[in-house]
Design a protein around this ligand. Sequence first.
Ligand code: AMP
Length: 569
Amino acid sequence: MNKFSQLGLSQIIVDNLEKMGFETPTPVQEQSIPLLLNQNPTDFIGLAQTGTGKTAAFGLPLIDLVEDDARTQALVMAPTRELGQQIAKQLDEFARGIKSVNIEVVYGGAAIVNQIKALKKPTQIIVATPGRLKDLIKRKAVKLDHVQYVVLDEADEMLNMGFKEEIDEILSYTNEDRVTWLFSATMPKEVRKIVSKYMNNPLEVAVNTVQQGNTDITHQYVITKTNNKLAAIRRFMDLQPEMRAVMFCRTKWQTQEIADELGQLGYGAEAIHGDLSQSQRDAVMNRFKTRSMQLLVATDVAARGIDVNDLTHVFNHTLPDQLESYTHRSGRTGRAGKKGISMVFINPREGRKIQELEKKLKVSFERVEVPSMSELKTKRIHNWANIIVNTKVDEQSDDILKDVAHHFDALSKEDLLKRLITTQLDHLTSGGKDEDNLNETHGGSPDKRSRGGGFNRYFVNVGSVDGLTKADLIHYLSDITNVDRKFFGDITMQKTRSYVDVDSTKDKGISMKFEGIEIDGREIRMNKDDQGGPPSGGGFDKFKKKGRSKDRKRPDKRRDGRRSSSRRR
Ligand code: AMP
């Protein structure tokens, strides 16, 4: 008997699940579904990550609970359009053949008129990103006064992305007696505020959160110079050519640059970020799913919609600003009972970040060394030898061998093997200008001023109001410019601007690197400070003239009407 039938779901849903190949409920489904059905109406908190089956955990009860009534009864809010689409697709499949349940998904970045038209049909369940839903409410395309169930999916992510005001506003249009089901991988302060504001005695289910430890994920870290991070990652890729991985970077620009560089070196890597159109993103995902490439280089936001269950590795090229987001990143691997590795690349000064992660997320990290070139070559050839020995011989090879054997007549077996090994090593040494030992130890670099050489002073239009500390800013500038943090000198941070010294031997073209980089929808500039530093602020005046300083505190409207949060792109 299908185990879903024991959870209290209707037969038609159980049959649909069987057709979808869902036989055994996942832990979050097993615990949540009976509660949501039998204790209805109840507020509910599900502490679970993507990949644990939480869509069905709320989606199945929702479909059974909505009534044969044309009005909208349930609202599911999700942080990104990709996630919204995935949820709606799954709900559609769960509800196949149930005529009284129609599901529509609405999100930003797509023509609103089509969505308005679709919503004219009776729609019992709306799946939405908050920004677009708010627009649709304003245009009176949706009515929420009969909504009985509000699901906040990935609540932590929605708040991270700056959707708090939208959520507050949307909930104000719903009935007082509706219930709220909140799903979140983590419970930061902001999520707790939502819980205390909108929920009464919620029932709670927690599964496989990082706090509980997903034992299928091994957390590792590597200490290497910022400039060597990519070379180090390449060595791990070379070691395991069969790996399938997502690498997280902080900015769209960085994501694209890294993917391009890897592509030029012959790796199957592509970038996915918010500047790509939907069809470009779909094409990238398709190539990844069909294994035409092995590494997806992504920003946190773009990665939210990645629905791939068999990643072997997650690489953190740079750590997220909000350490909690590490949970989402690492949770991309170690899914569906498979083992995975989440690897963090830090520079020598970031050692405390690992301790912070361990303390905050209650996970333990093991340090691993970047293999040296000679280790890499040996391991790689051992792997290759194993594959060859275990390869089943193709029937056609007999005929082909007869045809080509004479080419090798003059070679002994040893000579032949040496040549084969050389061809294997060839691609390992391509782009091989790297240092052999890429490992560093914890700790800072020598006194900056004592290294000789002068510094140039730069103006940056970012300051303490942007929620950055001096250390954050240096980290951020180093990431964007690819200039190691040790080449940054004194920093003066004011409210709306900062002045930073940069080693004059390392600052060539540095301003150009900021093209297209944004914080909170605002373009970031780093220009040489001709005025000699604070407090003259010549650069800032220029900035003001463009009328941007006034915009600073006002949320920037993106295509889907949502607000971008600071430092998330
Ligand atoms: P979710 O965490 O809801 O995004 O689900 C992750 C993936 O697991 C999706 O591709 C689902 O289709 C799949 N899934 C969820 N629950 C089950 C189940 N009980 N049996 C098989 N696959 C499932």
